[in-house]
Ligand binder design. Structure first.
Ligand SMILES: Nc1ncnc2c1ncn2[C@@H]1O[C@H](COP(=O)(O)OP(=O)(O)OP(=O)(O)O)[C@@H](O)[C@H]1O
Ligand SMILES: [Mg+2]
Length: 315
């Protein structure tokens, strides 16, 4: 059953355990039809696991998935044909040419004859890959393989296209081509789920963003909403010198509206108004300004505020 008012993708309580490890806890998400939605998260956040469950290639441990109003668990075939997956690891046969690869993947979706030829042609056109289509894929550059990987996911004209880190290892020209492809598909009404670590990709392409970490969605919204909620423009002053003078200078600055972080770091913001008098006050107390830095309210800083700075493979 298709209910057209339904979102492109709806996830409720979706989770996956691998033995004792929870890769994805319990995710609730709605992606509207025709929306480009970013899944942003550090390594191991659970993006690929979520995407693989969405595409029907990993079975969830709990929860449910609806694609354009069709529940994946109850009607897997009908739901899966609505989805195109562009996987993180390039999934192409290196010994085959681009054309042979696309013929193979198209046939898996039941495309044959003139329809298959037309779809192959259109998919190659969309990703800007009309040359060298008869050469073996192993002779292609990384960017060409990435674009062919996308073409393979488009052949059956999916209503929901899922791209898992599609720009890893490509040059700026190929990246631009991939961006144009995603924008054109979104403008034509395709619902897009796009996983990335690159903030600028989420900012440039996506209507809304979910930030994932450790198997959870820890924040979601438009980029301006996330930036406003989780970071702000501020000036950071690091104090040094005699500890008693630092303590006195900090007290004076905090009385004037600054915030003290970690003993010797003063944060002043969101505007830097009053900065001159704060610095004057610090010097009057006999303390020293060791460093002044400005911290901008960007998606990257919101992301770091939410996810922290520790590497994900540290114990
Ligand atoms: N097949 C598997 N067996 C066991 N653990 C797995 C498996 N697949 C993923 N995991 C674990 O699940 C967690 C989430 O992994 P996932 O690949 O979904 O993260 P990711 O956000 O896509 O990371 P990356 O940005 O590095 O691609 C990790 O701790 C990973 O080690
Ligand atoms: Mg991944």
């Amino acid at each position: 059953m298709i209910r057209s008012s339904q979102p492109g993708v709806r996830l409720r309580g979706l989770g996956k355990d691998y033995g004792a490890r929870t890769a994805v806890g319990s995710i609730d998400l709605d992606v509207e039809r025709g929306e480009c939605f970013a899944l942003l998260g550090p390594n191991g956040a659970g993006k690929t696991t979520t995407i693989s469950m969405l595409a029907g290639v990993v079975t969830p441990t709990r929860g449910w998935i609806e694609i354009c109003g069709i529940e994946l668990g109850s009607d897997p075939y009908a739901a899966k044909v609505k989805v195109g997956l562009v996987p993180q690891e390039i999934a192409l046969y290196e010994e085959l040419s681009a054309l042979q690869n696309l013929r193979y993947f198209g046939a898996l979706y039941g495309l044959r004859g003139a329809t298959l030829a037309e779809r192959i042609d259109q998919s190659l056109e969309v990703v800007g890959l009309r040359d060298r289509t008869r050469e073996q894929v192993k002779t292609y550059s990384g960017g060409m393989k990435r674009r062919l990987n996308i073409a393979a996911g488009l052949l059956h004209r999916p209503q929901v296209l899922i791209l898992d880190e599609p720009t890893v290892g490509v040059d700026p020209q190929s990246r631009n081509q991939i961006f144009s492809t995603v924008r054109a598909l979104r403008d034509a009404g395709t619902t897009i789920v796009y996983s990335t670590h690159y903030m600028e990709e989420a900012e440039a392409l996506c209507d809304r963003v979910a930030i994932m970490d450790a198997g959870k969605v820890i924040a979601s919204g438009t980029v301006p909403e996330l930036v406003a909620a989780h970071t702000r423009d501020e000036v950071i002053i690091e104090l040094g010198g005699d500890p008693a003078a630092v303590a006195e200078a900090s007290r004076a600055a905090c009385a004037g509206g600054a915030t003290l972080h970690g003993g010797s770091l003063l944060h002043i913001g969101p505007s830097s108004r009053g900065l001159g008098s704060v610095i004057g006050g610090i010097e009057q107390c006999g303390a020293v300004v060791v460093r002044i830095a400005s911290h901008q309210a960007t998606l990257e800083n919101a992301f770091l505020a939410l996810t922290g700075r520790a590497l994900r493979d540290e114990p």
